[in-house]
Write a protein that binds this ligand. Structure first.
Ligand SMILES: [Zn+2]
Length: 344
């Protein structure tokens, strides 16, 4: 037992394989001395870098959770050089409920870093991840998907930061993951997100979006695992198996201006573009219908900019403000390298 309200029974400095728990004190009516049990694994063997693999920041994003649970069962620690920290169900209450946010406090773990929600269960999990895990890491790979409300094109992602050396290392890692779509974001993200926390702790931040729609997508799971094992290989922590070695063609993408289409009013969303479609500025994107007002014409939705549809809302009934589409723009490897070159 620790005096802290959050503690773990794994020793980050011990060699070998440990599978244990981070326990967050949670004293409630039905469980006076209760805790929230967050699974954690450590694989450590000799000298080498430390990588944090995390999933389940959002509980309804399943591919990363399964990829990391399988990794915990499969990895032979004798093959590891360095250290792997694994959190397959980072926001455990959200994961157990299959919800994006925690049923305890409505907390969104990936919006709870930086002390922004320090007094909530989700905020305390975020603080533990940043202050007790990320602080020891050379790199973080944080696996996401579109969740229940969105389908997301499978892609790897990196926050390149603002420091040239860090951005070069991070871009090399993003390339090594060799996802079919690689999304490189220049700069440090705003807001209390994991990417900002990792960069502030001196760790490179890699992520990815793999599937969505509140279901498990086997192809997206395979892309997620490909990213995990190729990154481990790139960092020199674990040599990859033959199945991950073949390179696939990669397209580089980035955020474009006017990339989101939001619902301007309530209604039933009828999309006219699909995931991975290339669309043009001004193109008809879909309609919002109000079947309860049959004499009202549907609201037309148009794309403000061109790009590749990377996100598509999965649910029909929508409310004003809901995200219906996101677009990504295509870029060239050389353009990203040139942008990194301008950094200090
Ligand atoms: Zn997510």
């Amino acid at each position: 037992m620790s005096l802290s309200s959050i503690w773990t029974n794994v020793d980050l400095d011990a060699p070998g394989r440990q599978v244990g728990l981070i326990r967050l004190e949670h004293s409630v009516h039905r469980s006076a001395y209760g805790t929230i049990p967050i699974p954690v694994a450590v694989f450590a063997n000799g000298r080498g870098p430390t990588l944090l693999l995390m999933a389940g920041s959002h509980g309804d994003e399943y591919e990363g959770q399964l990829a990391l649970a399988r990794l915990i069962r499969d990895i032979d620690v004798e093959r590891v050089r360095g250290r792997i920290l694994v959190l397959p169900a980072a926001n455990q209450p959200a994961v157990a409920a299959g919800l994006r946010t925690s049923p305890l406090d409505a907390g969104n773990l990936n919006r709870s870093f930086g002390g922004s929600h320090a007094d909530t269960p989700t905020g305390r999990i975020a603080a533990f991840i940043a202050d007790e895990l990320m602080v020891h890491c050379d790199a973080v790979l944080d696996l996401h998907s579109g969740g229940s409300s969105l389908n997301h094109l499978s892609c790897s992602y990196a926050d390149l930061g603002t420091d040239k050396a860090m951005a070069q290392r991070t871009f090399a890692a993003l390339e090594a993951m060799n996802a079919p779509l690689s999304w490189a974001q220049i700069g440090c993200p705003n807001g209390p997100v994991a990417g900002r926390a990792a960069l502030q702790k001196g760790a490179m931040y890699l992520s990815g979006e793999f599937g969505g729609g509140g279901r498990l997508d086997h192809e997206a799971l395979e892309v997620a695992e490909r990213c995990v094992y190729r990154l481990l290989n790139h960092l020199g922590i674990l040599a990859m198996e033959a199945r991950w070695r073949a390179e696939v063609p990669t397209r580089f993408v980035f955020n474009v201006q006017g990339d989101f289409v939001y619902a301007p009013s309530d209604g039933v969303f009828e999309p006219l573009a699909g995931l991975a479609d290339t669309v043009e500025s001004g193109q008809l994107a879909g309609y919002l219908h109000l079947p309860e007002c049959p004499m009202e014409a549907p609201v037309e939705l148009r794309f403000a900019n061109g790009g590749t549809v990377s996100v598509l809302r999965t649910m029909g009934r929508s409310r004003a403000g809901d995200c219906l589409f996101q677009l990504l723009g295509e870029t060239k490897r050389d353009e990203i390298l040139a942008a990194i070159e301008t950094m200090a």
